[in-house]
Design a protein around this ligand. Structure first.
Ligand SMILES: Nc1ncnc2c1ncn2[C@@H]1O[C@H](COP(=O)(O)OP(=O)(O)OP(=O)(O)O)[C@@H](O)[C@H]1O
Ligand SMILES: [Mg+2]
Length: 290
């Protein structure tokens, strides 16, 4: 009987090099020097290959290094060990032609309209003026804001602002989108609709997406694979596959498959959070003997 090794399973062995969008090899990260009392080991020996067109969700206890990993993928932080490749190129800094970001708190300029915000992203990326208008229009339509290009962020709902931030990222036409809890500040219903829309977008493009979330339902609904992290210093504890084509239908949420995957994620995370709490109470007891 063949048994899969969970460490090796995180490296998709069957993926041929041309299919790989992101290759993460033995990445660890520590903030500060080991000699400094305040140093933090955020991430340890993490490896993963992500295919072109795949959506991978990262979930794990708070502080386990998800955002750190995302920032490393995007070239915003250099890892203290290991390496990342994007489309076969070693990441050594931001790669604005290949990678776009969407964060939880959208970084729209309040004094610019939706259209201007989307346009500005392209100005920074160096897209020629002649192309910008058509691309902005396409991206704004893709997120359903075609009736609001002249609105300012303050005139939009939270969900619409995140759509605008997504439009800005889409207009950059990068192969990779890194999303850090992009819908985290929104109510459950808005989040659900944005998730459905993202799944439709995904089915129409070849984008590779890495998506950090705390919502197990959101991860199950969106991901092709979910990488579950252990507590800090985090590493991938298990990869859970969600074998369901995009665009995912709203009734996927009520299916037995959805419930079973969500429950599996819950059990994996729950164990991890319990372990962290047990460890911290042991060390607290050690620090303050009775
Ligand atoms: N710039 C920094 N300087 C020092 N420590 C940092 C820095 N950024 C993150 N850390 C620490 O690294 C660890 C991992 O942080 P990170 O933000 O990656 O976690 P996370 O998994 O994204 O958490 P959350 O789910 O709460 O967003 C945390 O202990 C955090 O305090
Ligand atoms: Mg985070």
């Amino acid at each position: 009987m063949r048994r899969s090794n969970p460490r090796v399973a995180t490296l998709a062995k069957r993926m041929t090099p041309d299919k790989v969008a992101i290759r993460i090899v033995g990445v660890s990260h520590q903030f500060g020097e080991a000699t400094e009392a305040r140093h933090v080991r955020a991430l340890r020996e993490t490896s993963l290959e992500i295919a072109r067109g795949e959506l991978v969700c990262l979930i794990g206890p708070s502080g386990c290094g998800k955002s750190t990993l995302l920032n490393i993928l995007g070239g915003l932080i250099a890892p203290t060990a290991g390496a990342v490749e994007v489309f076969g190129k070693r990441v050594r800094g931001p790669m604005p032609h290949d990678i776009a970001f969407v964060f939880q708190e959208n970084a729209l300029f309040p004094w610019n309209t939706v259209f201007e915000n989307v346009n500005l992203g392209m100005v920074f990326q160096g897209v020629p003026r002649a192309e910008r208008e058509a691309r902005a229009k396409r991206a704004i339509e893709a997120v359903g804001l075609q009736d609001f290009p002249q609105h300012y962020p303050a005139q939009l709902s939270g969900g619409m602002r995140q759509r605008a931030a997504l439009a800005r990222a889409l207009s950059l036409e990068t192969g990779i989108l890194l999303m850090d809890e992009p819908f985290g500040a929104l109510d459950e219903q808005t989040r659900m609709i944005l998730g459905e829309d993202l799944s439709v977008l995904l089915s129409r493009t070849e984008k590779t997406i890495v998506f950090v979330t705390h919502s197990l339902g959101e991860a199950t609904f969106l991901a092709d694979r979910v990488a579950v992290f252990s507590a800090r210093p985090g590493t991938i504890k298990k990869i859970v596959k969600v074998d369901e084509p995009h665009p995912r239908r709203p009734d996927f949420v009520t299916s037995a498959k959805f419930t079973s995957i969500r429950n599996e994620l819950y059990a994996l995370l729950h164990d991890e959070i319990r372990k962290t709490m047990a460890e911290s109470s042991v060390s607290a007891a050690g620090a303050h003997p009775p």
